[in-house]
Design a protein around this ligand. Sequence first.
Ligand SMILES: [Zn+2]
Length: 281
Amino acid sequence: MALRIGIDLGGTKIEGIVLESGREVTRLRVPTPRDDYEATLAAIVSVVSELESRTRGTATVGVGIPGTISPSTGFVKNANSVWLIGRPLVDDLSSWLGRPVRIANDANCFAISEATDGAAAGAPVVFGVIIGTGTGGGIVVRGEPIAGANAIAGEWGHNPLPWPDADDEPAPECYCGKRGCIETYLSGPALVTDHRRRSGSTDSVPQIIVRAANGDSDAVKTVDRYISRAARALAAVINTLDPDVIVVGGGLSNIDAIYERVPARQAWRFERGPRRRLVMA
Ligand SMILES: [Zn+2]
């Protein structure tokens, strides 16, 4: 039976999974060698090698990346893992692995997965969001991913944060060259930085969430700012796409307050229809 390897190339970790007839056989996670393109290639090759030695077979390989392949140049663009930008990742990985490799935006992969048999299964219009090291998005309409003419459809993370207020100043700088992108407020590193700037605390995301749940006032305020920003950022997507389901994945999707409080914010309630759902992957 044909084996398929799917690789999630993240800014923090690289995770590979082997599927046989759509069922998971085994998986493996290794840290991402940040800021080193060659080492990233080598890490992906080692994950594929280890998975294939476990399963004693040769697999097809598909990779989801936190960016996209430019349809005009074939090179990586718009990647928050900036060491991938401008690199011929499809050609290099195909060469290193000795087989054709398919690469797609990770949020598009996530959205099609959730729309097919996940938290948004069967919904006609799905907006999939990955909030982790970066803030990506993907659109699926009636089971088909919408990549867009320049392969950037759904990339809400580099729109400006809507309706900024004094709490949002000064607008953080983004790797893309702009200031105040949604990603600079909603990504994991952004949450940590925002909390540190206001409280002096160097807590990680999980620590901030635990402290907020325990009533720590600085952490509560940080989560309040985060929820307000997430609600405003998603409201702009809703006004454009009006999805049936917004499904949230990535490391920050574990923040329960997103599902409890974002739909209750005015920006969301104003636009909320009876059929829309905000769900965790
Ligand atoms: Zn940006």
